[in-house]
Design a protein around this ligand. Sequence first.
Ligand code: GLA
Length: 707
Amino acid sequence: MAIQAVENTYWVLETDHTAYTLGLNRGGLLAHSYWGKRLPYLTDYPPAPSFDEQPFHSPSPGEFPFNRPAHLVPEEYPGYEDVKYIEPCLKVTFADGVRDVVLRFERAEIIDGARPELLIHLRDVHYPFQAVLHYRPHAAYDLIERFVTVTNAGESPIEIERIFSAQWHLPLGGQYWMKQLTGRWFDEFQLRHEMLNPGVKVLDSRRLTTSHHANPWFAVDRGSAEETQGEVWFGALAWSGNWKMAAEVTNFASTRVNIGLNDWDFRWQLAPGESFTTPSSFAGYTDGGFGKASHHLHDFIRDQLLPHGAQPHRVLYNSWEATFFDVSEESQGRLAEIAASLGIELFVTDDGWFHGRNWDNAGLGDWWPDEKKFPNGLGPLIRRVNDLGMDFGLWVEPEMVNPDSDLYRQHPDWVIHFPSRTRTETRNQLILNCARVDVQDYLIERLDRILSENNITFIKWDMNRNVSQPGWPDAPREPRELWVRYVWGVYRIWQTLSERHPKVIWQSCSGGGGRADMGMLQLADQIWVSDNTEPTARLAIQHGFSQVYPAAAMEAWVTDSGDRFLSLEFRFHVSMCGVLGVGANLLHWDERDRKTAHKWIAYYKEIRGIIQNGDLYRLDSTQPDVFWSVQYVSKDQAEAVVFAFLTHPMNPTRLQIVRLRGLDPQAMYEIEGFAGRRSGAAWMQTGVQFDLNHFESTVRRIRRVST
Ligand code: GLA
């Protein structure tokens, strides 16, 4: 049983290898008690901690007043109340001005079956306000999903100021470190590892989307975990808007990670009878190191979230870096001819195809083919692409509008703005307020028409600016609900279109990796990870992305970026580590380049099953940041593929040895380019040695053979 109750005061959630327990402590608070390796017996799990004795000796007789039990108990979902100064998960104001939310246990419910769930019902001791904490163990992935629903069962409105999805508690005591992903546009997903000290470490987004600057993911260890071993507690948030992660170390040696909607500028009016549900946070524990933590997330995302799951992704061509806005039937057709000859399977026309779009200063909002560039619509180009044996895909940026567009001239009030303030443009565009149902309906109608009238099997959905002046002047309710309603609106548009056009594969792009998260990956199968396609920069970006998201979701193009110092082969190898695409100006490629491309595209098609659906191993590097190696192993361990890259000049005494991983230790394997058959154990223990020169790379297939 995945969920067990002990005397209706203590609950144990078990996954294949882990357990998570919580219960009512002596003071009646719902407290966290254990998160770690699964233990043999129910009685092994510790009771819910109570701190009703003095935790230290008071110098004077009587009660020591500054730190009371409420501050010390690792509550599962603390509200702002009592003598307590830790980061709370919930902060509300009741209609009478009271700002203390005293939630106490009411009852628990266990749902058995294929999707087991524990529901803990809490209720305010005075006000008709309820919270239900949802816990879903995903046993095979060693993950726990948490989200919260609050309900106003009374007759007066309640104002919510903060509502997180979860507070994840690490075992009490000890020194923790946290891995996190930060960066900026053109430099997303940079992996950092830093010590958590007393205080609160906050990462967040105030940009309306997930953002390039940080990703809602954490992996916490005791400072000694490695890729292959060590205890790691990790988690993420499935949300594509403003989010916040607050990792707190209290002065009483308690470490916890809060994660959820950002409370920055957030307000929610919970009217009588209404409920509000947070996004889900998924978290897990492993003693198999950071690599295993990534596997759990990769497998879960691929099996449970991605709309098309393990369906293999086609090698695509994207016209952006070749033609920019200079898109026409003729220019695209010429590129398509060459793309098809290279073995490309999907041809995507990027920005520049729609009404009035000759540069980035006009057209967004007017989603129909430009009359000059496509006098007969997109039909002739799509037919030409299809005749060449390729599928056709299209770029859109639905949430945006240029002031120079028919849409904006008709509906200047549809954008996010404050009436008395400048509408600051970035990239000459403003953001349509997708919280508005009329805006949602317009976009659904427009995009549905394009998809219904044309044979389109792929959409790249872009979002090329962040918010400013976040106003919603005619909001029917609290205007700060914009932060959440906008994202719900985008989800609704996307979901409706996906349901009407189930075969379409969607890619989420926001000027590169500005909107990559577990919420997005329930709509989009792929992420455009960065606008930076220079391959050596990409190695670090892909390394960071792979901490959380599977290679199947990582679109990677070979472009002309880096061509002055990197061979085309190197550039292909880097992009082959995800879903291979090409975005170079094919008109500039000579016969030799085309042959190289043809070769590696054919090679990729043979190994893509292993890359997209296998296990990804970031191999230990003898020189981090200079020598990179990554391996993919099919789930049945019959096949694998290893990539190695050397960038900058290397210390010649350092050998490029990598120890392979994930092979069956007893089975025999052959590695392309290395003599002899050896056991998986041997390849994993002694490793293989590459001999790469500056800016060289290699890819080798590994096959299980019979002895
Ligand atoms: C963004 C995307 C690019 C391209 C351009 C088009 O920057 O990330 O890939 O689609 O927009 O304007």
